[in-house]
Design a protein around this ligand. Structure first.
Ligand SMILES: NC(=O)c1ccc[n+]([C@@H]2O[C@H](COP(=O)([O-])OP(=O)(O)OC[C@H]3O[C@@H](n4cnc5c(N)ncnc54)[C@H](O)[C@@H]3O)[C@@H](O)[C@H]2O)c1
Length: 443
């Protein structure tokens, strides 16, 4: 059966015209994303790892044999219509920054040079108090945080004139660990905080505030406190500007959220999980600062507790010793190496061990996630049912520490997240949800 026959007329606005993507931080992830999209557009490479570009979705019964590509099922922006710009504290254009990041081969970057060097960073909102290991010169000056937010709003408005729709993505460095304070409780308190230069308002929050004030979706690819507090949720709903975060789920946590649900599904116990990493890129350097590391650590630690539910299974998971280390080790560059040692126990309490050694390329894993987030956030903005709900929890699939509605435990299991994402797509397109019950095949 074809999609046309089963899908009622969708209320989703079509993805016509240009989609402008404004990336905060034109570093390793952002340049790998931008160069990658251009390489795919030119037919030089395939968008491997991107669900929006390569994934399919089953519709109807298994016997219907109806499994279109996701990008043909839902109205997503076409890659040829995506236009990039961004902000950074360094003046390097995307060609120079990609060359510095050393993620992609020199040959590929050279081929793409004429395009990449046209993308030059706008001056950033930056304060070294929030990222200790960085300093740059391409930085906005303002009388107050409010003034800086207004300057970012002006950047967004100017870019909006050249495209049809805009999405903002945070792919900048991890800021220091911040907790919610009174300033985060409401839009009013936050705006007062902007006027008073409240120290609890980090640059990432200024960009997010600016984007949401302009009705533009904002996705947070880093672990900092950026859109996950009441003021931003309120602003997101008020201006129909979807939000999601936080922290791209790329390497070690991706593996964790596959393995942990498997152990739990079989009721195998876990006594310890030791995760260590070495990486040598700029992200690694920033995370070498204890305060930025703390932000990352919190984001990485959460998943196991939520997956194992020790309160429901004290015999299996009550006393897990969970430890995470990230070590800056320059020789490896962007090629991270992660080790996990998992101490588990089985029948009658007999101990066993699992070792995982993931030699991954950080930004190669992150770029397709960034692309999918941008395209799906744009879809959310065009979907009446999604645009005003605030947090887009259906995108948890991509995030290490998924944001949810207040009081709701986040879902970390990768396969439940995948089902949730696909069922959301089926739902907004008026298709039946898939439960995997399957009894109808045995009638
Ligand atoms: N690469 C991955 O697999 C991965 C996974 C999860 C999360 N992340 C997060 O994504 C972010 C980007 O990672 P990366 O490897 O590209 O790092 P990177 O250091 O290569 O790039 C970050 C860029 O952000 C810029 N920047 C910092 N503060 C800024 C500000 N206030 N405004 C504008 N620009 C600013 C820096 O100058 C730098 O160019 C980091 O926070 C990282 O923790 C990365």
């Amino acid at each position: 059966m074809s999609i046309e026959q089963k899908t009622p007329v969708s209320k989703i606005a079509p993805a016509t015209g240009k989609l402008g993507v404004m990336v905060v931080g034109l570093g390793a992830v952002a340049t790998t994303l931008i160069a990658g999209v251009e390489a795919v557009r030119r037919g030089l490479a395939k968008p491997i790892g991107s669900l929006t570009q390569m994934g399919t979705i089953r519709l109807g019964k298994r016997t219907d044999n109806n499994t279109p590509l996701i990008r043909e099922f839902v109205p997503l922006a076409d890659l040829k219509d995506v236009v990039f710009t961004g902000w950074d504290i360094f003046e390097d254009n995307v060609y120079e920054s990609a060359a510095h990041a050393k993620v992609l081969d020199k040959d590929l970057i050279e081929q793409l040079k004429p395009y990449l060097e046209t993308i030059k960073p706008l001056p950033a909102v930056f304060d070294q108090y929030y990222v200790k290991r960085l300093s740059g010169t391409n930085v906005k000056k303002g009388k107050s945080k409010r003034d800086l937010a207004d300057q970012v709003r002006a950047d967004i408005r100017a870019f909006k004139k050249t495209v049809d729709r805009v999405v903002v993505l945070w792919a900048a460095s991890t800021e220091i660990f911040l907790k919610q304070t009174a300033v985060h409780k409401s839009i009013e308190a936050f705006e007062k905080g902007l006027n008073n230069d409240d120290i609890a308002i980090a640059p990432s929050q200024i960009y997010a505030y600016a984007a949401l004030s302009e009705g533009v979706p904002f996705a947070n690819g880093a672990p900092n406190l950026t859109v996950d507090f009441p003021a931003m949720v309120e602003l997101s709903k008020r201006n129909a500007a979807p939000i999601c975060g936080r922290d791209f789920k790329t390497g070690q946590t991706f593996m964790k959220t596959v393995l942990a649900p498997a152990l739990k599904a079989r009721m195998l116990g876990v006594s310890g999980w030791f995760s260590t990493n070495i990486l040598g890129n700029r992200d690694g350097e920033v995370l070498d600062d204890p305060q930025s590391f703390k932000t990352k650590e919190e984001s990485k630690l959460g998943s196991l507790d939520y997956i194992f539910q020790p309160e429901l299974y004290p015999d299996l998971y009550k006393d897990i010793y969970h430890k995470i280390r990230i070590n800056y080790y320059p020789p490896r560059g962007d090629d991270k190496e992660a080790w996990d040692n998992i101490d588990i126990f089985g029948w009658l309490g007999y101990p066993m061990q699992i070792k995982v050694n993931f030699l991954c390329r950080d930004s190669i894993l992150a770029a397709p996630i960034a692309l999918d987030l941008v395209l799906f956030m744009d879809l959310a903005k065009r979907t009446p049912e999604l645009r005003s709900i605030g947090v887009q929890e259906w995108l948890s699939f991509y995030l290490k520490s998924p944001q949810t509605a207040d009081g709701l435990n986040p879902e970390h299991d990768l396969f439940i997240q995948s089902m949730k994402l696909k069922n959301t797509l089926r739902h907004i397109m008026g298709q039946e949800l898939i439960t995997h019950l399957g009894l109808e095949y045995y009638d």
